[in-house]
Design a protein. Structure first.
Length: 317
């Protein structure tokens, strides 16, 4: 039997070995915009969130620096229901981005459903979620059924049909939305995703500040829903909006532990809230905070929170 030279033998062994690869990191919550596309009247971004900070190009650069592989872009309020800019970004980056469209609940139910279908058609197969912004509902509807009124349920019908999870922004406080979130979850045919830790703040709508106080009851309500409904998910995103500390936001560690206990890692996902996070520590610091929060978890659970959950739920490549 002919023996291979040492160098050839090592080369042969190397060719049969599989190089370990890290799990993909997914930013599950961000917005992008550019002055090259017309903003909705009165929705222009502030000067410190211009193209150099908030454009798709700026986001791509941030991801390269932070080690982020995939992303879910949420339609920004700056364009309201004109999905053209984000649709273009999705089509140009279909190998790594998916989008969450913005529903318009101000119309009659049938018209709202038709408009949502049209929005999703701007980038077929690339819009894989729909945002329900509660504060776009008419003021007269902002109680009781709220997100689960006739319009909301018709929109949810479209989401169920197209397999699009519903994202809920509770900027004005989580507790008032509990009945409608409960009703959406009870349908059983659509997944519901709560943004930004549920915005559990004693002063809803307040700007990031060291004076922010955590709303224990609201967070308790959120965790109770998480234990009850297996189709309810939570984004651990925009830490700066709910923490009273700068990055690494260590005051959120016990909240993280409670969220894991209530939801499990397979219903939790990290998100940065780019570009706003760039003014509040940066995307990389946000990611590192969750890495630290999850350091005691098993590797599979940690990987789920950092990317696996979002990748599966939003059908990212």
């Amino acid at each position: 039997m002919r023996l291979l030279p040492r160098r050839a033998l090592l080369a042969s062994m190397a060719s049969t070995m599989t190089t370990p690869t890290r799990a993909l990191v997914v930013d599950s919550h961000l917005h992008v915009w550019s002055s090259t596309s017309k903003f909705a009247p009165g929705k222009e971004p502030p000067a410190n969130l211009g193209d150099a900070v908030a454009s798709a190009e700026a986001f791509a650069a941030a991801c390269q620096e932070s080690g982020v592989d995939r992303a879910l872009i949420v339609q920004p309020i700056n364009y309201l229901f004109d999905h053209t800019y984000v649709a273009g970004v999705l089509k140009d980056n279909k190998d790594k981005y998916r989008g969450m469209a913005l529903a318009d609940p101000s119309q009659p139910a049938k018209a709202a459903a038709n408009e949502l279908r049209a929005a999703c058609a701007t980038a077929p197969g690339l819009w894989t979620g729909v945002r329900f912004n509660p504060y776009l509902w008419p003021e007269s509807a902002r109680s009781g059924a709220w997100l689960a009124d006739d319009v909301g349920m018709r929109l949810a019908d479209v989401c169920a049909e197209l397999k699009l999870p519903i994202g809920v922004m509770a900027f004005g406080g989580f507790s008032p939305l509990v009945p409608s979130i409960e009703a959406l979850c009870a349908r059983g045919d659509v997944d519901v995703v709560i943004d930004h830790w549920g915005f559990p703040r004693a002063e809803p709508g307040a700007a990031p500040s060291a004076a922010l106080k955590f709303d224990e009851k609201a967070f308790g309500d959120l965790c109770a829903l998480g234990r009850k409904h297996e189709n309810l998910y939570l984004k651990l995103s925009a830490h700066f909006r709910v923490s009273s500390q700068d990055a690494p936001h260590t005051d959120l560690q016990p909240r993280f532990d409670a969220a894991v206990a209530a939801f499990g890692a397979d219903r939790l996902m990290w998100g940065s809230d780019f570009p706003f996070v760039q003014l509040n520590g940066g995307q990389q610091a946000s990611l590192e905070a969750v890495r630290k929060f999850s350091s005691a978890l098993a590797p599979g659970a940690r990987d789920a929170i950092l990317g696996g959950t979002a990748r599966r739920l939003f059908r990212l490549p």
